[in-house]
Write a protein that binds this ligand. Structure first.
Ligand SMILES: [Zn+2]
Length: 172
């Protein structure tokens, strides 16, 4: 919102995590002002800045869980850490929105906007919801293999999916 000159000098001397991950909590909240960044989701959104999809992994029982919560839903351990997932999975659920909330690169008039929930390869039931790019909406199908891809939205990286070409199939 405010005048553009803030930025670079902001991160008050905190050593360690380099690059965009060095943002203070306050700067992270400002960068993702369109979503709720709190103690539970900070690592998740920080990962976006590095093009990493970090989901919570339980160090006690090995269970992945999303959305981020401070406790493992399988064993109630609080030893959960945000770890990168491969980003590969299959389309589990598909919705085509013909109208909805405005988003920077979403034009409902140009055609339906696909919303997909992808079941990630890491674990049965581990799902992440976003959209699919690089493929006409009419060609997206349940069970389609997809991989993580990053676009820019709201001035920050945003995780989406794109189709993985099936091995041995040559595009016509
Ligand atoms: Zn657990």
């Amino acid at each position: 919102m405010a005048g553009g000159a803030a930025g670079a000098a902001g991160a008050a001397g905190a050593a360690g995590a380099g690059g965009a991950g060095g943002l203070s909590d306050g700067e992270l909240v400002e960068r993702f002002s369109h979503v709720t960044v709190d103690r539970d989701t900070a690592a998740f959104y920080r990962g976006w800045l590095h093009h990493e999809l970090l989901l919570n992994y339980c160090d006690d029982c090995g269970h992945w869980a999303h959305p981020p919560r401070p406790m493992c839903p399988a064993c109630w351990s609080t030893k959960v850490t945000a770890r990168p997932v491969s980003g590969r999975g299959t389309v589990h659920l598909l919705m085509l929105l013909h109208q909805g909330p405005a988003a920077p690169d979403v034009d409902y008039l140009a055609g339906p906007y696909p919303v997909v929930t992808v079941e990630l390869d890491e674990q049965v039931g581990l799902r992440f919801t976003s959209t699919v790019t690089g493929c006409p909406a009419a060609e997206i199908a349940i069970g389609m293999p997809v991989e993580l891809h990053w676009i820019d939205r709201h001035g920050a990286p945003f995780p989406v999916f794109r189709p993985i070409p099936e091995p041995g199939v040559t595009p016509s």
